[in-house]
Design a protein around this ligand. Structure first.
Ligand code: FNR
Length: 360
């Protein structure tokens, strides 16, 4: 269909299901085991209810904000996702170009489908904000050389993924593999092949001090899932915590990130108030209202994962990604108007009724 027929974020998923190879569709859309966490990520946004305020001047609405000290046109960014080439041959080049033109930040994965340097070159302006997601290699010299490359390529921060010391069990990948190799095939889905040497089950809190000692880049821990770890992360002096369950792809039945945000509000509200720490959230962000709820509850910005991949499929490429960004931005602005919040700072906790979500 022409892009003008795509009117919401989920429409892109229908296109993707049609155009992706069976392997690509399984790899992108699947999650771990029973996919309960992936479904919960969506369900929790429905349980959170908005409390719109009336008669506030919303003639002029702006979504501008600041992420890790860098200006962004919107309070959402592109999540790091591996194997983007299933979606489009130019994969990350599309994401980088679209992000640059729309003033959106992106996080590049440790294992993109082309080099970090090529993706950096696809920036549309020198000030465009790109960050690197890091799986800290078990070999420190390899980990250090990746960080040096990130610095040299102008990455503005490191997002250290901590929710996957080992790989989640992605059964849809495994079933396809079993089909193509015969029923007694070894248990190696594409995700396992791609990530097994990247993951570092030995990583621990003390390693953060080492990373801090070798780079001045801002550090964010991606995949914080409890208030306990949010507090420890803050004590370790990171610039940000990123509440995520990896889109439900790591431990299944792991709680939705929005519940972790509610835990932090309840048990460690000082983490939300302090200007020293930024909080990011992802997991099934598909609507402007999803973004608004996270921000009202204390997040600085949120990540969008699968839809960015889906938006490049069907040959849409860069234009698809730009259309996706504009759909989400339009929904955010429209709903900010409807709840009486003309700027991001006007999104406050009292705009969200979290009673039902808190009973989870
Ligand atoms: C991911 N994600 C991910 N995260 C990460 O830190 N490093 C990675 O290499 C990947 N790779 C990856 C591949 C694919 C296909 C998906 C769908 C996801 C997780 C990603 O950054 C993000 O946390 C979730 O995707 C957010 O959830 P939604 O928006 O996809 O529901």
């Amino acid at each position: 269909p022409p892009l003008s027929n795509i009117i919401n974020v989920d429409d892109f998923e229908l296109v993707a299901q049609k155009y992706l190879s069976p392997e690509g569709w399984a790899y992108y859309s699947s999650a771990a085991e029973d996919e309960t966490s992936k479904q919960d990520n969506a369900r929790l946004f429905q349980l959170l209810k908005l409390r719109p305020r009336i008669l506030r001047d919303v003639n002029s609405i702006t979504t501008n904000t600041t992420i890790l000290g860098n200006e962004s046109s919107v309070p959402f960014f592109i999540c790091p996702t591996g194997f983007a080439k299933y979606a489009h041959p130019d994969a990350e080049l599309n994401l980088a170009a679209a992000a640059g033109k729309e003033g959106v930040h992106e996080i590049i994965p440790t294992s993109p489908s082309m080099s970090l340097e090529q993706i950096a070159e696809a920036r549309s302006s020198p000030s465009q904000s790109q960050y690197l997601q890091v799986y800290v290699n078990r070999d420190r010299s390899k980990a250090e050389s990746l960080i040096r490359r990130a610095e040299k390529a102008g990455m503005k921060g490191l997002f250290i993924t901590v929710d996957s010391p080992v790989l989640g069990k992605r059964e849809r990948d495994d079933r396809l593999k079993a089909l193509s190799l015969g029923s007694d095939a070894p248990n190696t889905g594409i995700a396992k092949i791609g990530s097994s040497t990247l993951l570092n089950p030995g990583l621990k809190w003390e390693d953060l001090a080492w990373i801090r000692s070798i780079t001045k880049l801002p550090l964010v821990l991606k995949g914080v899932q409890t208030v306990e770890d949010a507090i420890i992360a803050y004590q370790h002096g990171v610039e940000g915590i990123y509440l995520s369950n990896h889109g439900g792809r790591s431990v299944d039945t792991g709680q939705a990130p929005i519940l972790t945000l509610l835990e932090i509000r309840k048990y460690a509200p000082e983490l939300i108030r302090t200007p020293k720490l930024q909080i990011f959230v992802d997991g099934n962000i598909r609507r402007g209202t999803d973004v608004i709820k996270c921000l009202a509850l204390g997040a600085t910005a949120v990540g969008v994962g699968r839809p960015c991949l889906y938006s490049m499929t069907g040959g849409y490429g860069e234009e698809g990604v730009r259309h996706l960004i504009n759909i989400l931005k339009g929904e955010i602005m429209g709903n900010m108007g409807l709840i009486g919040a003309p700027s991001i700072q006007d999104l406050v906790p009292a705009m969200v009724n979290s009673q039902r979500a808190e009973m989870e």
